[in-house]
Design a protein around this ligand. Structure first.
Ligand SMILES: [Zn+2]
Length: 258
């Protein structure tokens, strides 16, 4: 698999530590790295946990002692993570990069639809569009989730079809996943997978990710030839990379539960 923008770290040798700090439970994922010379800690946005990288020979007891000494540091950083935005009435979701106010209309027909918001509020900071969902309250989150995944699939299939056509390649189906550390992947067998969360990004970002993975159907690496092809398919390579570096992590705060 060729991950983008970062390879997923190996998780098979991971284990978990649980710390209690100021009455809060903190989960620390342990990762042994053969090349690590010392303990290093970082906080992961999407997973909302801390990762402690440890030298291969260090003991679990040493790891726990290190984590406990740094529990306050971890707690501060976890508490600073942006809040989770649930799929619930009143939440604002950036559908294709445009803010939509989620509105629950229990009485209406239809399932999920978008419509312009009434002009009741002229505040320019308020969303101009609503993402509406009907039915019972307990189904709102799942219906919105299903709808966003369908929309993501539609956009990604269209983008992949466009780029494969440009390269005169056979059409490809699109798989959707929810990975933490990559937006798309292309297997050696040529199957393309993407994060459904790209539906929250502006269209030029989704289109670039589709171009990136389609370019991997030709070059299974990140060689100069690969980048040349990616630029040919997408005029927004640099802009989209910059957007993802600045905002990508925020796409994980929608709909998930802590
Ligand atoms: Zn890649």
């Amino acid at each position: 698999m060729f991950g983008f923008p970062h390879k997923t770290p190996a998780t098979d040798r991971n284990s978990l530590l649980t710390l209690i700090h100021a009455g809060e439970t903190i989960v620390v994922t342990l990762r042994r790295a053969p090349t690590a010379r010392r303990f290093t800690l970082r906080v992961r946005f999407a997973a909302r946990d801390a990762v402690l990288t440890m030298p291969a020979r260090a003991s679990i007891q040493e790891a726990r002692a290190f984590a406990e000494r740094n529990a306050a540091w971890i707690a501060v950083r976890l508490n600073r993570l942006p809040e989770i935005i649930p799929f619930a009435h009143g939440s604002i979701l950036p559908l294709r990069g445009v803010d939509h106010l989620l509105q629950h209309h229990p009485e209406k027909r239809g399932v999920v639809w978008t419509e312009p918001l009434n002009e009741a509020q002229n505040d320019s900071l308020q969303p101009r569009m609503a993402l509406c969902v009907s039915g019972r309250a307990e189904h709102v989150s799942r219906r919105i989730h299903d709808h966003l995944k369908r929309e993501a699939r539609r956009d990604l299939e269209a983008a992949v079809a466009r780029h494969t056509l440009t390269l005169d390649l056979a059409p490809r189906s699109v798989g959707l996943r929810d990975p933490i550390s990559r937006w798309g992947s292309c297997s050696a067998a040529g199957s393309l997978n993407f994060s459904w969360r790209l539906i929250f990004a502006p269209p030029f970002v989704l289109d670039y990710l589709a171009a990136h993975e389609v370019a991997h159907l030709v070059h299974l690496d990140h060689s100069p030839k690969f980048w040349k092809l990616a630029h040919r398919l997408s005029p927004a390579v640099d802009r989209a990379e910059a957007w993802l570096a600045a905002h990508g992590a925020h796409l994980h705060k929608y709909g998930a539960s802590p």
